[in-house]
Design a binder for this molecule. Sequence first.
Ligand code: 13P
Length: 259
Amino acid sequence: MRKNIVAGNWKMNTTLAEGVGLAKDVNEALKNATPKCDVVICVPFTHLASVAAAIDTDKLGLGAENCADHVKGAYTGEVSAPMVASTGAKYVILGHSERRQYYGETSEILKEKVNLALAENLTPIFCIGEVLEQREDGTYNEVVTKQIEEALFDLTAEDFSKLVLAYEPVWAIGTGKTATAEQAEDMHAHIRSVIAGKYGKEVADNTSILYGGSCKPSNAAELFAKPDVDGGLIGGAALDAASFMGIVNAFKEIFSLKR
Ligand code: 13P
């Protein structure tokens, strides 16, 4: 059965001291909580080892926000999947729209990154999503289908089953403009049908598909209550322990309804 997951994506925020402090706050809040979902924080590379040492990684999963498309060697400034794994991280966000948009990441590059992450037993949180123009011209389902097919459909069913997907409509990221719960559910159901078409219903049913884009404590429960929305990938609201925990706790409200 697929898991419910709330994952934070800190992006390029916090100094090391601030980041360790935030991680400790979330870790502390989780000590006394019985979350109805897995909780993960994805932090800047520079913070990984220190955060790993400061938290209970069995209760609070740790991830990176990216990894290189090469395993090692003369790639100045890059950080490889083995390096990420060596810090104690278990997850890595791949294909975030900000990486695609600002750093030219293509499906070909992402394929390599996924393979390298899987080789290190890291769980990729693989992001997909359309831009505003594609939402408005009605091509969003095709756009997302293509992103999945191009980067992921060379995987075996066994490897595909190790992924977490995150649907992040680019027009909803950092804009305060959340997709409606119905828009999210429609897309998540579409994504699940695309997966079922390639790998079968069982793999599709077992894939966790997170929603990302202006998710906050006030709208998380409505989104997560939808049958195909298995949690969230949280940007801005993950930078404050209380608001992040507000989103984590949204699963308590709806757990009895969903599972
Ligand atoms: P916001 O929650 O800030 O909109 O960011 C979402 C996101 O991009 C998470 O990866």
